[in-house]
Design a protein. Sequence first.
Length: 554
Amino acid sequence: MMRSLFSGVAGLKTHQTKMDVIGNNIANVNTVAFKSSATTFSDIMYQTTQQASGATATRGGTNAKQIGLGVTNGATKVSITSAGAAQSTGDALDIRLTDANSTNFFIVNNGSKNLFTRAGSFYIDGMGNLAMTTTGYLVMGWQVDPENNANIIKDTVSALRIMKTENLTSAPEATTKAYFHGVIDKNDSQFNSTNGYVRSFTLYDNLGYSYTAKFSIKKVDGTKGDYSIELTNIYDADNNDKLAEYIANAPEGETRSKADVFGQSITVPTDYDATAQNYKFSQNDETPPVVSLTVGEGADAKTYTLNGTTFVNNADSSDTKSLSEVCGVAADKIDSVTGVTVKDDNTLTVNITTIGEYINFDTSEGFLNYAGAPGSKTLLMKSFKLGPNEDDPALSDIEIDFSRLLNYDNGGTSTAVADRGWPDGNSLIGEGKKLGTMTGLSIQTDGKIYGSYSNGNTVLLGQIAVAQFANASGLEEKGDNCYDTTLNSGEFDGIGMDISADGSSMNTGQLEMANVDLSSEFTDMITTQRGFQANSRIITVSDTMLEELINLKR
């Protein structure tokens, strides 16, 4: 038999294989992240009919005489490191890998082992897992540190169950900070009214229940930039005044006032035995008024001398003087003190509801000098006292910042408002939150998955890990857009990598298209077709030659 006949058959087989590869490439032209393949040929072997000989002094050398015996498929190479073009989908769970230095792969698990893919079309399955859309294979990554939900623990990869029950809601947070801002105009008539200039803000306890704190600002001395500020009410969502309830529900023998929550109380000791004592009645002024008290006893009456004013008490009688009469303190400076009562049982009683706080402005610049006391621009609202259980309160103390208030002429109109939280760049700290329900998911360029919630919180839920290989072209195609490791690709360490470590990234709302080049495929198709035809011709001609040989016998 003629060797050319077998060479032709080998040529047909290899060109048929190449055509199979081309057909597969074209068939997958719209397959997500498909990697095209290319076939290379190599000659099979040679029959040597004469060995090469070396040259001598009288004669030159000769080359070996060899006859080739056909062709075979040398290799089928997958262009796995060549990325396909981007296709926009708008789906937040569609992810395209962008490589910087090495080719990256998603890690997925089919229930028995980890596989690798470039196809980033994912969805949330019925168990809340992030999974491949086409196969349901679970996407692998790293979990959130249970002790610090802002950190990721980068150990052995596991399934990302991002929609588990505890992730569907965001815990409420108690309000711990608030601030006043805007303009206070001393010519605004509201500051001289009975109710004052009323401002309020909403706050939350650590169970997510909301309350409204109301404040009244009144002018004390506009020329000196002095204003008083009093907490008047704290209403819950059912319009119950929790501040009033706190005062009314005082245990027996205990006196409560608004000053316990916001402001300062005047406290005067009882049972005076000394003949003369001095007592400070205010902590709000830099030089607080002092009351000088002298107690004397007689047969039928006790006498009390307060700053030069003498009171005589007989039997069960008592005398009352206003604080301004006794101390010389202006009545509008301490609104809530109603008077001083001197009794005949060696006690002095100051009738106090509460004393609010004071804010003072620089009258030349309009900026806040201090709130409460010089050196301070914040005041504390002890709202924790208002909770149903003071030993384990749901409400937290709230630090209120007044430094953003201005004291300007604004045409008689004030614009000051109160808000919860403290501005910190583009966000607020300490503002408190109600219970939040999940409203959406987002995946960052480093693969971190965040949940968005109705209370404004954004919570880290996990991170998608990627795999890189020493020889990505050595991976074995397993179908379903997946690959497996081989001895020539390098092993997967079980942990994976942060895609941002080498500058690579994940791009959401996009998918990687197939990297099939149709123009190249059709060109290869033509050359493959012609090669197949040529090899067919070899067989035909060889057959004709054999036929001629057979015909010699006729």
